[in-house]
Write a protein that binds this ligand. Structure first.
Ligand code: NAD
Length: 437
């Protein structure tokens, strides 16, 4: 029997499909060697606990669409499965699995009493709109909002039917927001059912909306301090101007960094003199894109990646920096992973060879789940955290994570590997303590 077949796990045997080799698996395997974790134990940590496929029939414009969704529950050794709901045309079971695994590593690195999970909802709104626009007779955005609402209501019904309340605690990810999270609360009236609830809803947390972008900016500033760079001498490019990218740009701009380029799905803005971020945020809220903000100074993703900047922040989808473009990126100092897995495994090696640092996703974008942990505790305990307490807590958590990563840096060889070592050790100890391994 070939090695790879021997180690194929039961879940993969059962569905007759194997998860492609990916970056989180490689990082964890490498950490396991350093931590003295055996191959068998490593596999128990790496593989998901379970996953659920659900087809959601949703009616719109007189047609029934069958939407594919998957929930991957990866690990709950340290607490309930925790992770966002991604609504995206490219969602699939293995991407959702890797994102769920990343959540296990993220909650553990931040030392939260939570595990890892993720949901993927596969829907291509643009494509569906092309086919249905004559029937629905509304513009694209009202169509997308209505369809998303229908899908999420179905999703919430199935979530409850399957008894996932308080076992898996969702939050927003790409394509979803507080508006969708509220639907979980509407059905259950349980403030601990979900995090990132909208302002004013029982158990909502001030600062949760800004937390991931704030953490991204804070981790970037800590890195700049460590390498002796003054924020006001630093140029930054950001891909993605949604929840994470916009607030990351906002906080870095506030601290004096010059944000020279921003792209989103529809277009981009480039201004070497620096973009007025508060003004762009207002524009993007109104128009739901940065496109059209400054028609004289536009840029696309390739252009943004080619710019000679000190800091590049991918804050949109996964694997956007890969072996095909990593060699030609213009970034000089550091890539800050605000998105989940924006840099592929091959690209990580290329960046390292080029002397460009990489701050890993499970550290950089953990602000969201750190704030979510407070929100969840509020929901369970009836306590209240103020905005100031939330931001202070985020800073303390980031200071601790950064110190722990740096302690392991020399032995591990990179920030990503060091962060994985810290996280994996905690999961391993919890699984041992609970006799799960
Ligand atoms: P969002 O849906 O609010 O925004 C996504 C942004 O990316 C939008 O501006 C969109 O136009 C842009 N985008 C999408 N495809 C693009 C493309 N091909 N090229 C350029 N831009 C593109 O999503 P978000 O919540 O900001 O999440 C962004 C990333 O951060 C995701 O990878 C997500 O997994 C990760 N993340 C989010 C949170 C959170 O709290 N929201 C927490 C941790 C990690």
């Amino acid at each position: 029997m070939k090695n790879e077949q021997r180690y194929l796990k039961n879940i993969e045997k059962f569905i007759c499909s194997r998860e492609p080799e990916n970056r989180s698996g490689i990082l964890m395997k490498d950490s396991a060697k350093r931590l003295g974790i055996s191959r068998g134990e490593y596999q128990q940590i790496e593989k998901p606990y379970t996953f659920i496929y659900q087809r959601l029939p949703v009616e719109i414009g007189g047609e029934v669409l069958n939407i594919s969704t998957g929930i991957v529950l990866h690990n709950r050794a340290r607490g309930p499965f925790k992770g966002g709901i991604r609504i995206d045309a490219d969602a699939n079971i293995w991407e959702t699995t890797e994102l769920a695994r990343l959540m296990t590593l993220k909650t553990s690195l931040a030392d939260l009493e939570l595990g890892g999970g993720k949901s993927g909802i596969k829907v291509d709104f643009h494509k569906l709109y092309q086919g249905l626009k004559d029937k629905v007779k509304v513009d694209f955005y009202p169509f997308m909002d209505r369809l998303k609402d229908h899908i999420m209501r179905e999703f919430v019904d199935h979530f409850i039917e399957r008894g996932l309340v308080r076992t898996y605690v969702p939050a927003p990810d790409m394509g979803s927001s507080s508006a969708e999270m509220m639907l979980f609360y509407n059905k259950t009236h349980d403030p601990a059912v979900v995090t990132a609830k909208p302002e004013g809803i029982e158990g909502w947390l001030p600062g949760r909306r800004e937390a991931t972008g704030f953490g991204t900016a804070y981790s970037t500033l800590k890195y700049l301090e460590q390498v002796g760079k003054n924020p006001s001498d630093v140029t930054v490019a950001v891909q993605g101007f949604g929840n994470v990218g916009s607030y990351a740009a906002h906080y870095l701009h506030r601290e004096g960094c010059k944000i020279v380029a921003i792209t989103d799905f529809y277009g981009g803005v480039h201004n070497p003199a620096g973009i007025d971020i508060p003004e762009l945020m207002e524009y993007a809220v109104e128009h739901r894109t940065v496109k059209g903000y400054d028609d004289e100074h536009t840029i696309d993703n390739d252009g943004l990646f080619g710019l000679e900047v000190d800091v590049l922040i991918p804050a949109a989808s996964g694997h956007v920096i890969n072996k095909d473009n990593a060699g030609s990126l213009g970034v000089k100092l550091v890539v800050v992973e605000a998105a989940n897995m924006p840099v592929s495994w091959d690209a990580m090696g290329i960046l390292q060879q080029r002397g460009v640092d990489l701050l890993p996703d499970n550290y950089v974008n953990s602000g969201g789940v750190i704030a979510s942990d407070l929100e969840y505790k509020q929901g369970l305990g009836g306590i209240r955290f103020s905005r100031q307490q939330v931001f202070k807590h985020l800073e303390l958590k980031f200071d601790t994570m950064w110190a722990e990563i740096n302690e392991r840096l020399e032995i591990a060889g990179s920030f990503s590997q060091a962060a994985c070592d810290v996280a994996m050790e905690r999961v391993f100890v919890a699984m041992k303590t609970r006799s799960l391994i």
